[in-house]
Design a protein. Structure first.
Length: 172
């Protein structure tokens, strides 16, 4: 897991960490804002377990995966005003899964392995009854990742700054 010290290094001056090497040029413009959000989660004791993890292979960070925050009620998780779909109630918390594998390391199973491990971990906490994920309509690789992980069903659509997304849900 990327802890406060590692996240501070990534935000302020990306460089090799003792545990693994960080690719040159990361975080990029998109992930720089994510790293700042993860740093905030890392500093919040209750939210800290729900922060990002580095995906590491052969001593090099090849991507990252984690949750957008700690468990929340389903109505909060799907409160996006652009969401169109089914909000079936669930008794426990909901987390949103996210993952990125850097170019040059894709199509090697890293995203599916990380996503499957995180889903299993989230359900094992006893605080989560559903995991959601949003995937760009044209992002075939991420649609395949969720299919490989298994158990995710399409429940609707939403929009973000990059365009239309499919919303998936997997119940415990």
């Amino acid at each position: 897991m990327l802890g406060p010290a590692e996240l501070a290094v990534l935000v302020d001056a990306p460089r090799s960490l003792q545990e693994f090497r960080v690719p040159v040029g990361w975080p990029d413009a998109h992930d720089r804002s994510n790293v700042r959000r993860w740093h905030e989660l890392a500093e919040n004791e209750g939210a800290s377990p729900w922060r990002a993890r580095a995906i590491v292979a052969a001593g090099t960070m090849v991507g990252h995966a984690g949750f957008h925050g700690p468990p929340v009620a389903i109505g909060v998780a799907l409160a996006d005003p652009t969401f169109v779909g089914s909000i079936t109630p669930c008794a426990g918390g909901v987390v949103e899964l996210g993952y990125t594998v850097f170019a040059g390391h894709r199509r090697q199973g890293y995203a599916a392995e990380a996503a499957a491990g995180l889903v299993e971990w989230a359900f094992g906490t006893g605080s989560v009854d559903a995991v959601i994920a949003t995937v760009g309509v044209d992002n075939e690789a991420s649609h395949r990742v969720l299919a490989r992980v298994g158990g995710f069903a399409r429940i609707g659509t939403c929009r973000d700054e990059r365009g239309d997304e499919v919303v998936y849900r997997r119940d415990r």
